[in-house]
Design a binder for this molecule. Structure first.
Ligand code: ADP
Ligand code: TYD
Length: 211
């Protein structure tokens, strides 16, 4: 099999309202147009068990939830999704596009909630069966612009406010420096089409895709 035929695991990351779900969907559409098989998953969620965990995590009424519980539930959702959906699909040579993956736990529970990053790295390693995305796109946007784009309905984590989102963004940018082979920062202030083309160009460059 040539390099271009091999399926890949691509994750999309960013603060709430950065436009990453839009880009994850556009990326999958593009893959399908190019006759490649792929699936889209989102976190927390993506399996019946993980969606039940998502409900507990995002319900506004659960304000008593402490940061460590939040980290454990995020990674519990991830282990189920990884084993039940991501690994089997990669095994079938399908591209897997993830709207958030392990870096979200580092950015939100590490940066946002200020939990120890080494603990979170260990939790992620356990939850992902050591799987890492081949490429991660961080859609980078100023928190005040993201807030403007977001709709009124906020979940428990989105309620945290600008200072929290600034810490999350800072952590994503630090991770991008630390893992520069894997993580690519994309300017999220541009139009949807420009961002999509920038992402596709990067994938073509890395994987020698012809189209
Ligand atoms: P996220 O998944 O990061 O929370 P979404 O993809 O849901 O973000 O986008 C948040 C909002 O911003 C949506 O209303 C979406 O249509 C809009 N949006 C997405 N990308 C752009 C862009 N490049 N420019 C302006 N608005 C955008
Ligand atoms: P969601 O509605 O999917 O938001 P978005 O469209 O911005 O992705 O809600 C997911 C929320 O969960 C979001 O605020 C980020 C947060 N989250 C974490 O705090 N840690 C994690 O590990 C993951 C996967 C998500």
């Amino acid at each position: 099999m040539s390099t271009s035929d091999k399926a890949r695991f691509i994750s999309f990351e960013g603060i709430d309202g950065s436009g990453k779900s839009t880009q994850a969907k556009l990326f999958l559409d593009r893959l399908i147009q190019e006759d490649r098989e792929g699936i889209l998953v989102r976190e927390p969620g993506g399996t019946p068990i993980s969606e039940a965990i998502r409900h507990v995590l995002l319900t506004k009424g659960n304000r008593q939830m402490v940061a460590r519980t939040e980290a454990l539930l995020m990674t519990a959702s991830r282990s189920q999704l990884t084993k039940e959906v991501i690994l089997p699909n990669l095994g079938q040579n399908r591209w897997v596009i993830a709207d958030r993956y392990a870096d979200s736990t580092l950015a939100y529970q590490g940066g946002g909630r200020e939990l120890n990053l080494d603990w979170l790295q260990d939790l992620n390693k356990f939850a992902t069966y050591d799987l890492e995305p081949n490429v991660t796109f961080v859609i980078d946007i100023l928190p005040k612009e993201a807030l403007r784009r977001r709709e009124q309905t906020e979940d428990r984590i989105e309620e945290e406010g600008i200072a929290f989102q600034k810490r999350v963004r800072r952590t994503y940018l630090d991770l991008a420096q630390q893992y520069s082979d894997r993580i690519i920062v994309i300017d999220g202030h541009k139009s949807r089409e420009i961002i999509q083309n920038n992402i596709w160009d990067e994938i073509k460059r890395r994987y020698f895709l012809t189209q």
